[in-house]
Ligand binder design. Sequence first.
Ligand SMILES: CC(=O)N[C@@H](CCC[C@H](N)C(=O)O)C(=O)O
Length: 369
Amino acid sequence: MDYIAVRRALHKIPEVGFEEVETQAFLLEQIKKMPQEHLQIKKWRTGLFVKVSGTAPSKTVGFRTDIDALPVQEKTGYSFASKHDGKMHACGHDFHMTVALGVLEKVASHPIKDNVVFIFQPAEEGPGGAIPMMESSEFKEWKPDFVYALHVSPEFPAGTVATKEGILFANTSELFIDFTGKGGHAAYPHLTYDTIVAACSFVTGIQSIVARRVSPLNSAVLTIGKMSGGTKQNIIAEHARVEGTIRTLDQKTMALIKEDIERHVQATEIAYHCTATIDYGANYYQVYNKREYVDPFIDFCKAQAYPYVICGDAMTGEDFGYFLKDIPGFMFWLGVGNTSGLHSADFKPDESALAQGVRVVSGYLMKGL
Ligand SMILES: CC(=O)N[C@@H](CCC[C@H](N)C(=O)O)C(=O)O
């Protein structure tokens, strides 16, 4: 398989959560080119489960990749840029899928002793594909005894493995708040209850939560990534919406932040004569690597002389955390060199990391977990 060609083909067809129809068709087309004798495929919504039967199985090992993209307008200047306007593989899931296909090709050609299930999961960026996928009868039938996954990272040199014992990725909660007031003429503000002013005041006010409510020895993020409201420059907005995300390294801090957000919402309602509703959207459980499962992988990387580092915690989220809550396994970062950050319009990961990703994941599989 030409990893770079496959990655570029996937890069052209980014689709957001649960809309990955073209992606699913492309994956199936690639899988069809592989030896079929040991393969079974089950479609699940826009995702896939692919099982390679082992030669003398005593267990099932899972490798999970996410397959969705982000609503980002690409600015890479690539000749193979997204052909879907306003959508982009800005979080590297095109890389993750390519690595999974590369490993699948190897295992389909040379099955290992145990069964291997490849999990092509939709909607990691939201609303969250892991939980419904894990609740499916297809998953339950082929449930792995051990599962692992990777995520690309621009923080590490291309091909470097970075992982750690304990928390790797944070707990997350989405945040959507709708403010409703009273619209009217821009020249008669005193006859209205302006939700743009209310929302702006709310966003400024909540900046004190992480700064003044969370212990300085703890870590948390409260980011508002989107604000919207109003219909025209000279009409006072009856409705405004604030969208964000909360990140913490423990559930107690998550609860504390939510409680304080609710206090700020109440205060905004009173101060600005509006009403507000809060929706916490999708919540992701932390990605936690238990020592007994990640240490043998680190030893493997050492033994193979693969470049690796022990990294710190990250405030990114990943619904792979739900797999690790239920099933033994681990997650690691795969370095993709020095490029703009994840979720950037000019995210340009180094493609030389693809072959190393396949080498690391398949090598660990072949070694026998
Ligand atoms: C690796 C990565 O970037 N993951 C996403 C996960 C999204 C979680 C959820 N939709 C939220 O925004 O809270 C991330 O943003 O960290």
